[in-house]
Design a protein. Structure first.
Length: 440
C-alpha cells in the first residue's frame, strides 16, 4: 500500500514510525513531515519516507498531490485539516482517507458543540455555560466563585484553555479571549466549566462509525513547569498505562462515556471514523469528560504506538471500512513514558534554528525512540523549528524503569535553551489506584 501521512509533529512521527513497520506499506509520503520523519525507512523494502513541502492546512495542494500520487490511504494527524474538511474533500474525489469528517470533527473544533452534545445525550461532564457576551460570562463565573476553566470555542493549538482559581483571574481570562481576542476567531464564543477536583487522564478510542474500541489509560502533563505550574501547553509529556484504574473500572468508565456518545452520534447522523480522545477527570462523583478531541493526542500517540502490538495499517483500514467489530486491540504489558523537550520560552515566544546534538546517542539506547516534532535540517545539521521539539520516549516492564530510561535519553540531547519537565509520570508513581465511583 502507498500511504500519505499529513502533519509535522511528534504525533505524526509516531504514526509514520508505526505505519512503516507494516508489511503492507510499500511507499510513504509525509506532508510536510520533519527531520526525524525523513530518516524513517519502511520495514518491507527499506525505502525512505519522503517528506513533501506542503502544509497540513494546504487542502488544495494536498488534494492535487494525492490525485497525482494516488495513495491507497491518507492518514490525517492534526486537528486543523480535519476541522477544515480534508476528509470530505478527499472522499469527494474518490480518495481513501482516515480521520473524522468535518461534521464529526466538531467534537474538537467547537467546544460549544461538544458541551451541548454531552448535556443533550447524558455524557457525564462539568456544569458549564456558553457565552459570547462578556458581562453574562462574568456573572456565571461569579456564581462559580471564580474556580473554573475558561475555554475558547475553536481550535487554539492546545492553548485555548485558561484555568482560574479566583473571580479576578476568571474575569481576566474572559477579557483576554472574548474582548482582546488573544486566540482570534477561535475565541468568538467561550465555554466556562466549573473547576473539577480529581485525577485527569487521557482516554482514546478507535472508531468506525458504529463501534468504538477503547485504548488503555494515559496521562498527559499539560502545564509547562514541574508540579503542574505555569501556562498550558500542547503537552509536556505522558505515560501509559496509569495505575489509577483497573481493567474493570476502565471498562466502566468507557461504558459511561462511549455508550451514550455512540447513541448520540447515531441520533444526530454523525459518522465518526477516527480517534475520539476524551480528556476525563476522575472525580469523587465519578468520571466526567472535560473535553473531546478528534485525533490522537500528542504526546499520547507516542506512548500508545510504542505499546500497540497490532499492525496499524490494518487497524486504520478497519476504521475506514467499518469493520472494527472484528478486530481485537493488542497491547504490550510494558509501560511507556514520553518526555517532551521544548524550546526556551515555550509556550510563549521562542527562537528557532538551534542546533540539536546527541540524537544518535539517545537513539541507540535500548527500548528508546526519539520522536521529532519541531525539527528541520539545515546545512547538514538538525535544528529546532518549533515550540515542542522532541518527544523522548522509552518503554520498560515497570513504569519507574520506563521513566528513568526516558530521562537517561533526555540527558544525552542538547540544544540551546532546551526545557523539559522533570516530573513526568510522578503522579502515577505516587498513587496506585483512584477510589472512583463508577457504579452510581
Amino acid at each position: 500500500m502507498k500511504l500519505l501521512v499529513i502533519g509535522s509533529g511528534g504525533r505524526e512521527h509516531a504514526l509514520v514510525w508505526k505505519l512503516a513497520q507494516s508489511p503492507y506499506a510499500t511507499q510513504m509520503w509525509c506532508a510536510p513531515g520533519n527531520a526525524g520523519i525523513a530518516e524513517e525507512r519502511l520495514a518491507r523494502n527499506r525505502s525512505a519516507v519522503e517528506c513533501v513541502d506542503l502544509s497540513a492546512d494546504d487542502l488544495p495542494g494536498l488534494l492535487a498531490f494525492a490525485r497525482e500520487k494516488k495513495p491507497d490511504l491518507t492518514v490525517v494527524g492534526p486537528d486543523n485539516p480535519l476541522a477544515l474538511g480534508i476528509v470530505d474533500l478527499f472522499q469527494k474525489h474518490g480518495l481513501r482517507i482516515w480521520g473524522p469528517n468535518q461534521k464529526a470533527a466538531q467534537f474538537e473544533s467547537s467546544k460549544v458543540f461538544a458541551q451541548n452534545f454531552m448535556e443533550k445525550h447524558g455524557i457525564p461532564t462539568a456544569r458549564a455555560g456558553t457565552f459570547s457576551d462578556a458581562r453574562a460570562a462574568r456573572d456565571f463565573v461569579a456564581a462559580l466563585g471564580g474556580r473554573c476553566a475558561v475555554k475558547a470555542d475553536g481550535l487554539a493549538l492546545g492553548k485555548g484553555v485558561l484555568i482560574c482559581k479566583s473571580i479576578s483571574e476568571a474575569e481576566r481570562a474572559i477579557d483576554e479571549i472574548l474582548v482582546s481576542k488573544v486566540f482570534g476567531i477561535a475565541g468568538s464564543r467561550i465555554v466556562i466549566q466549573e473547576f473539577l477536583e480529581g485525577v485527569e487522564i487521557s482516554l482514546h478510542a478507535l472508531c468506525d462509525g458504529t463501534t468504538a474500541k477503547l485504548f488503555p489509560t494515559a496521562q498527559d502533563h499539560k502545564r509547562a513547569l514541574d508540579g503542574d505550574e505555569g501556562l498550558n501547553t500542547g503537552g509536556m509529556g505522558t505515560c501509559s498505562p496509569t495505575p489509577f484504574l483497573d481493567d474493570a473500572q476502565l471498562a466502566e468508565v468507557g461504558r459511561k462515556i462511549l455508550d451514550p456518545w455512540l447513541k448520540g452520534c447515531a441520533a444526530e447522523g454523525i459518522d465518526f471514523r477516527g480517534i475520539l480522545y476524551p480528556g476525563v477527570m476522575l472525580t469523587k462523583d465519578g468520571p466526567k469528560v472535560i473535553e473531546f478531541n478528534a485525533r490522537f493526542g500528542d504526546p499520547e500517540a507516542q506512548v500508545y504506538l510504542t505499546r500497540l502490538e497490532n499492525d496499524l495499517v490494518e487497524l486504520l483500514d478497519a476504521s475506514v471500512n467499518g469493520t472494527l467489530s472484528r478486530v481485537e486491540l493488542k497491547w504490550s504489558p510494558m509501560s511507556s513514558v514520553c518526555v517532551v523537550m521544548a524550546s526556551g520560552g515555550y509556550p510563549g515566544a521562542y527562537a528557532r534554528g538551534k542546533t540539536i546534538t546527541g540524537l544518535t546517542q539517545a537513539g541507540q539506547l535500548p527500548h528508546t525512540k526519539v520522536f521529532h516534532a519541531g525539527t528541520a535540517r539545515s546545512d547538514g545539521r538538525i535544528v529546532t523549528s518549533g515550540g515542542r521539539v522532541l518527544g523522548v520516549t522509552a518503554w520498560a516492564g515497570e513504569l519507574t524503569h520506563a521513566r528513568d530510561a526516558a530521562y537517561a535519553a533526555v540527558e544525552k540531547i542538547q540544544f540551546d535553551g532546551a526545557q523539559f519537565r522533570r516530573d513526568i509520570a510522578a503522579k502515577a508513581l505516587r498513587q496506585d489506584k483512584f477510589n472512583l465511583a463508577v457504579n452510581d
